[in-house]
Design a protein around this ligand. Sequence first.
Ligand code: IMP
Ligand code: MG
Length: 200
Amino acid sequence: MGSLLRSAVMTEVASVLFGREDIRSRVQALGRTIAGDYVGREPILITVLKGGAVFLADLMRATPLSVEPHFMAISRYGDAEESLGRVQILLDVDIDIAGRDVILVEDIVDTGLTLRYLLGVLRARGPSSLEVCTLLDKAVRRIVPLAPRYVGFECPDRFVVGYGLDVQERFRNLPDILQVDDLVALQADPSLLAPRFASA
Ligand code: IMP
Ligand code: MG
């Protein structure tokens, strides 16, 4: 395929929704807000692998406080909606969170089913506070009425990739967040987004 035709196809498949500079300034602002809210405390930031890892890495460095990063990994039984949020914990945090301030750091909250499950698990362990910080909030898709305390961006009802978010494990390392306009085409030919890596 010629390069002109190829870039025309690419722009149809996906387009930038939140660019790296917008992400950077929003994450800096979130970090300052969290630091202001937790003055004198040392919150634990629990991130759900793998999607939240990129956001966490930037957020904790934008938060002028001593914070402790910890990780969980989960697998969903199929689609969140099919599974009604049933989740299996593959990796758990290795600390006692009882009496601690905990912030659950998420890449995106969609239906809220995953988040409801995780909040239930964590709340049962007796943290002194438990809040949610999500980079993206797809509130229009919510099934469970949950409102994260900290939100980077309101996200339209589109499938998004980049900055941690994937399609079948690809595109997590794109520096921008792209909205995918043709998911079928992208799944058929993932190389359509290859030029987006090069522009990092
Ligand atoms: P929920 O249980 O429906 O809220 O699912 C949230 C999870 O679904 C996120 O942590 C992501 O892994 C995944 N997800 C939801 N929307 C998107 C998207 O637009 N792009 C990539 N992953 C998504
Ligand atoms: Mg995913």
